[in-house]
Write a protein that binds this ligand. Structure first.
Ligand code: FDA
Length: 579
């Protein structure tokens, strides 16, 4: 007798996208079930850079501290080093991931959170454990095979890989978080633009105590310009810290036309020797795998009741560290919408805003990550070392920069510039935080788009204009100091106002939809002792911001309004997809 398992939301995949979708949905009380193909979560480090926006999401979902406890902290991430090998010559460094003093200040001003390095094999258990503790049902060794959908739901066929049989799962919605070879996205007919297999890469995970080459210049990434380093891969050879300073992951390229080399222990050890440059250090290879650099993104993330998130809809190299960040943020965008549609608060039309808001972000990060690979070439060019080259030529060019000649001085300047330009990969604060959503779930307030006053990829620019993430400011409540971002989220809308905004508070309380209210001002529940909020909010004391459960401003009014109740009702009606 075949049994049909029922749930509200079926999630395929337990990677960053699937696990965070499960965690958010369970936090909001939405029944959900995760199926995942293998017997365990990720067993290799994979994605690791965790940016401030993701940390804000994890803070709202209550797992920020769990991540901080296990992650490598920001101050150990940031001396991105270019060298001929770890033991070899150093060519220069870039202060990265918020460790440049000016960028560090920008990070502190932008968010209550700090970025960190949280390898995927540590991140997934945090997300999944919390999700399961809050009600997610999880089935390992269960493979999604196909789905059909009708007016009321989706029926997926899955295979139990332990027993070998197939069965059906009936859900109201299906989330395809099944990664870069997504069968769900394919079955749902989500067309992908771009190209798979642009270049070939190999990941080698190994144990080795490299303290003597790294602790004095602590970093997540050490880039190696060695002969062969421009073949395939991600711009150069990479030695990436998994655990300071004893566990590592090397990324090394191969010619995708020729196919991946045989990944024997001997091959892995030869690559490690080349990039570490010290054969005396004992090395234990843990795993090697081949993968390709992809440049693909879907224009549409959904078809009917099927929604895809993460690598299922954007595939790109690890440059800029955007993979798991974007995946988690996709799911966070989707989860509250599903909750409000499932509980009848919102019309299914709200779900259309998922593609409208996240597809442009996916396209942007795929483009950015691939561009960053190309921007490593000038470092080689500065050394006249772009392929074709002989090892002797490259070493001679690297040595030439030490000479007391005009040509060498020019070469030194060119190399410094090329390395410094890599801030677009290693310190792109704007790429992390400057998303501006345009969709039917955002009510424009009629103000013109101010654009960005500085390079939007490098610099974060806060704004309270509808479509932007609520600006962070430290405020107080009695003896407690908290971020404005701590007053929003938790799956509900929040209205922020100040003295004179009583009309907005009454209007919020009168809505059928739950809206938390936050009044900031002297003698109110929340105070703004530093004046930070007043500087950032872009509205008057009596104005109002309506913030969505995901922390994005959905509606803004500059001042008090006699018809606050109608204005808010109308805005909410639109945001919830009823208009
Ligand atoms: P992800 O691929 O993490 O998860 C997909 C999930 O779906 C898995 O749980 C899988 O088992 C499951 N699944 C797939 N098909 C299924 C089916 N038919 N039925 C049931 N379950 C199914 N990024 C980076 O920044 N730095 C890096 O060094 C690396 N290295 C790296 C190595 C390897 C080997 C991989 C595969 C990926 C990376 N990445 C990476 C990319 C990074 O891991 C990726 O961007 C994120 O994990 C994307 O998260 P998702 O949850 O979207 O997919």
């Amino acid at each position: 007798v075949s049994t049909v398992v029922e749930t509200d939301v079926l999630i395929v995949g337990s990677g960053p996208a699937g696990a965070s979708a499960a965690l958010a949905l369970s936090s909001y009380g939405v029944p959900n079930l995760v199926v995942t193909r293998y017997a365990s979560l990720a067993d290799t480090p994979r994605a690791h850079i965790t940016n401030q926006r993701t940390m804000e999401v994890l803070r709202d979902l209550g797992v920020e501290q769990d991540v901080i406890q296990q992650a490598t902290p920001q101050h150990l991430m940031g001396n991105t080093t270019f060298c001929t090998s770890l033991a070899g010559e150093e060519l220069g460094r870039v202060r990265s991931w918020g460790n440049d003093p000016l960028v560090q200040a920008a990070h502190e001003l932008a968010s209550p959170t700090r970025m960190c390095d949280m390898p995927q094999h540590l991140m997934e258990p945090v997300l999944v454990n919390a999700a399961v503790a809050r009600g997610t049902r999880l089935r390992f060794q269960t493979e999604y095979l196909s789905h059909t959908q009708d007016a009321d739901g989706v029926t997926a066929t899955v295979r139990d890989r332990l027993r070998g049989d197939t069965y059906e799962i009936r859900a109201k919605y299906l989330i395809g978080a099944d990664g870069g070879r997504s069968k769900v996205a394919e079955d749902a007919g989500l067309a992908m633009g771009g190209q798979m297999g642009v270049a070939g890469s190999i990941n080698i995970v190994f144990d080795a105590d490299l303290t003597k080459y790294t602790a004095h210049r602590p970093s997540t990434l050490y880039w190696v310009l060695a002969p062969g380093a421009t073949v395939g891969g991600i711009g150069a050879g990479l030695v990436r810290c998994v655990r300071p300073w004893t566990e590592w992951l090397i990324v090394w390229g191969y010619d995708v036309e020729a196919g991946a080399p045989d990944l024997t222990i001997e091959y892995a050890e030869s690559v490690i020797r080349k990039l570490v440059g010290d054969d005396e250090i004992p090395v234990t290879v843990k795993s090697s795998s081949a993968w390709t650099v992809n440049e693909m993104y879907a224009e549409t993330y959904a078809s009917g009741r099927v929604f895809c998130a993460g690598d299922a809809v954007h595939r790109h190299p690890p440059s800029n560290g955007l993979g798991s960040n974007t995946s988690i943020q996709d799911s966070y965008n989707l989860a509250w919408k599903l909750k409000l549609v499932l509980d009848g608060t919102a019309s299914p039309a709200l779900l259309e805003s998922y593609t409208a808001e996240r597809a442009p972000v996916g396209k942007q990060i795929v483009t950015r990550a691939n561009q960053s690979i190309g921007e490593t070439a000038p470092v080689f060019e500065a050394l006249d070392g772009l392929s074709p080259q002989t090892p002797e030529q490259l070493w001679a060019n690297i040595a030439a920069r030490k000479e007391a000649t005009e040509a060498a001085e020019k070469q030194r300047a060119k190399l410094r510039e090329a390395i410094a330009f890599k801030v677009y990969e290693f310190n792109a604060h704007g790429v992390d935080l400057n998303q501006r959503y345009v969709s039917d779930a955002i009510v424009p307030d009629g103000t013109p788009d101010p654009g960005f006053t500085r390079d939007p990829e490098l610099y974060h620019q806060p704004s309270s204009r509808p479509g932007a993430r609520l600006p962070h400011a430290w405020i107080t409540s009695g003896s407690r100091t908290l971020s404005t971002l701590d007053t929003v989220g938790k799956g509900r809308f929040t209205l922020l106002t100040g003295i004179g905004g009583e009309g907005w508070v009454r209007a919020a309380k009168a809505q059928e939809t739950e809206i938390a209210t936050v009044v900031i001002g002297p003698g109110q529940e929340y105070e703004d002792p530093y004046g930070d909020w007043a500087r950032l909010r872009e509205i008057s004391d009596a104005g109002a911001l309506l913030v969505r459960p995901d922390g994005f401003v959905a509606f803004r009014h500059m001042s008090a309004a006699p018809d606050a109740r109608e204005l808010l009702s109308e805005a909410l009606w639109r945001i919830l997809g009823h208009a």
